[in-house]
Design a protein around this ligand. Sequence first.
Ligand code: GAL
Length: 358
Amino acid sequence: MEQSIFGITKKGQEATLYTLKNSKGMEITVSDFGAVLTKVLIPDSVGKKRDVVLGYGSLKEYENNTDTYFGSTVGRNANRLEGASVTCAGTKYQMIPNDGDNNLHSGPDGYQVRMWDVLKEAEQGNSVRFVLESPNGDQGFPGNLKITVSYTLTEDNEIIITYSGISDAETVFNPTNHTYFNLGGHSSGTILNHQLTLYADVYTPVVDSASIPTGETTDVSRTPMDFREAKEIGRDIDAEFNQLLFTGGYDHNFVLDKKAGMKKAVLVECRESGIVMEACTDRPGIQFYTGNFLKNEPGKDGAVYGKRCGFCLETQYFPNAANEPAFESPIIRANEPCETKTIYRFISKGLEKDGGCR
Ligand code: GAL
């Protein structure tokens, strides 16, 4: 593992960048600031390395990362809580509303703008593990929560992200990773030409542009939400379809196979670069977000990211699940450890065979 100084935070802490490499020419960089993923280099079909994740060029920009959430570890709760509140063990807790009346990604003091500790014993092999102590009342949530997140790079070109959490009181535990991918390279323009297969028969429709789910699940058949067979992301994105008009493009939770354990959620391909990515998770849902709110965001290497220049695949419990009895609950019990895993696996067409997710 290579380490370099990322910078000094406004609170005076030194932040570090950790780079993991494998023998296939793939490398990833993460930081203890925010447990963010800042870079993913992968050889394209002719062996030229491309950085396929959007990001910022400086620590200072990551300290203000409360809008785009580039590369973020989001917690305690991913996506929205209606009325910025949640009830745990019979008591109602109030969060800060930062998305109209609702709470988005746990509010302005998210885990992506915190300094995490690094577990020293894990600084070996191709893995780096961060830990954060989130005190009782943090962001409004009950319980002292200890959360760890580890990033592992395998010889199979997988990024394995493992989260674990334990709290001394009932609380919400629904972390995710908010990386924006662009398989043509982070500064290559929109992702509308990527071919997406999303293994979901149903999704959770939203009430209106505030993006709180109705509590129902709706069939994707014969709608722009159907990606069960590979389809260009841009093909139907501007269709006169209410759900897409509410959110200005795809920004919806898709319901994954109910079977327990890891399941394949998504396959995405950029034909120009020959880079393919698949995502597997043990979570029940995945937020497919097409960067609709990006507005000429200045990024690393002089890049400027416009609308739909990256897509996110945020594995999660469904949005507002903590308040929606019809959805599987993200609330964990006191003193019961919880672990969850997401894998993003990359294939360079022409260079490798597709062996599938583990
Ligand atoms: C997504 C969310 C979007 C938007 C984005 C951050 O997870 O669903 O509506 O808020 O994060 O800009």
